[in-house]
Design a protein around this ligand. Structure first.
Ligand code: NAD
Length: 354
């Protein structure tokens, strides 16, 4: 058996649960990093991992990330995350989702789930048949908060990119600013649309080339192949696909003064934030800039729990505060010489009492 509590990623998790349901074939991990500020909230990822240890590592890192993210977003929520280990056929059945819902319910509200990569709104509706500790469900009525968090995440990243452009380049708007976007899915696609409205110059890429090409046509952007996006000479590199892309090689390839995007766990290892800073590249810590989705998800959950109406404008107001937090981090980083990722980690650790 793997002694994962000796791994750095374990980082004092309050609970790590392995779920296996023979009848449906569900295998999942639910990781609860901290409930210091409230129930641990974070989405469920459905992914085929080459090795089970990769799934564990993902769950632990993502769960800790959610503790930090929720704390820095000013939410009364702790951090947790679930991963469902997809088989090679990537089959996802109603019975699996039901069994997953039962596992969430068994935690009695210590963990609140929502969508992440590979899990749709419809999947969350299925999970909600078995547990109330679910968010990211279809919106109830006009002006209500909630639903798919992707567009809210995109909105926060858009605000964050504007803040970074102001801080690093001294520009009040993104008009004419060149942004290279890696991943044009729910988040990256949303960011591209918001930036296009402001007249930013876009270069888009996705391993799903048709998707990136179609968006480039629609928005008047340029398409590049997935292996070329990190070396595009631009003002902002915006990673919105998967994590760990900022490793030694990735950082060396960058030709951008700013990295600001929504992907979780962008830095491959501790120390890569300092490498970015050493190259003079301004980094927007991932879990601070990509908090828009969890702000919506948490507000939806808290309103439902307290039977209170949930106003979408309140969600928008909180998302619009993401730049203030980024600016505080960059200010402290400029003043102390500590890289922004570490400044953010220290702020978050203080908030969760560690
Ligand atoms: P998505 O599945 O809708 O889109 C991801 C896109 O990235 C897909 O189009 C996929 O083809 C592409 N992709 C995968 N690997 C790639 C690669 N190597 N190069 C280029 N493109 C690649 O997922 P999403 O919801 O947009 O999430 C994107 C990232 O943002 C993930 O890291 C996710 O964890 C993070 N995130 C999402 C949310 C949210 O609300 N959806 C919130 C916070 C963080």
């Amino acid at each position: 058996m793997m002694a994962f509590w000796t791994e750095a990623d374990y980082d004092d998790h309050e609970l790590v649960q392995l779920v296996h349901d023979r009848a449906s074939g569900l295998t999942a991990i639910i990781a609860l990093h901290s409930t210091h500020l409230g129930p641990g909230a974070g989405g469920t990822r459905f992914w085929h991992y080459a090795e089970p240890k990769d799934a564990m590592r993902d769950a632990l890192r993502l769960s800790r990330g959610m503790s930090y993210k929720n704390a820095m977003a000013g939410l009364p929520m702790g951090g947790g995350k679930a991963v469902i280990l997809a088989g090679q056929d990537r089959a996802k059945t109603p019975a699996m989702l039901a069994a997953f819902g039962d596992a969430v319910e068994a935690l009695g509200g210590r963990y609140v789930t929502a969508e992440d990569v590979g899990i749709s709104e419809a999947d969350m509706v299925a999970v909600s048949q078995r547990t109330a500790h679910v968010s990211g469900l279809p919106v109830q009525g006009e002006g209500a908060a909630g639903g798919d968090p992707g567009p809210f995440t995109a909105m926060g990243i858009y605000h964050g990119i504007r803040a970074a452009v102001r801080h690093k380049l001294g520009k009040a708007s993104v008009e004419g600013v060149h942004v290279a976007i890696q991943g044009t899915g729910s988040v990256g696609g949303g960011v591209a649309r918001l930036l296009a409205k402001d007249g930013a110059k876009l270069t888009l890429s996705d391993i799903n080339e048709d998707r990136a090409n179609a968006l480039a046509d629609e928005l008047g952007g340029e398409f590049v192949a997935a292996d070329a996006i990190m070396s595009v000479a631009c003002d902002v590199f915006s990673p919105n696909a998967l994590g760990a892309i900022l490793d030694d090689e990735g950082i060396a390839r960058l030709e951008a003064p700013i990295v600001a995007g929504g992907a979780n766990n962008q830095l491959a290892r501790a120390g890569h934030g300092e490498k970015l800073a050493a190259r003079g590249i301004l980094y927007a810590p991932d879990y601070v800039i990509n908090a828009g989705g969890i702000i919506s998800v948490a507000m939806e959950y808290l309103c439902k729990r307290d039977s209170a109406p949930c106003d979408i404008n309140e969600v928008r107001k909180r998302i619009a505060q993401i730049p203030e937090r980024l600016e505080e981090i960059w200010r402290q980083s400029d003043a102390t010489g500590v890289s922004p990722d570490l400044v953010a980690d220290r702020m978050a650790q203080k908030l969760i009492g560690r």
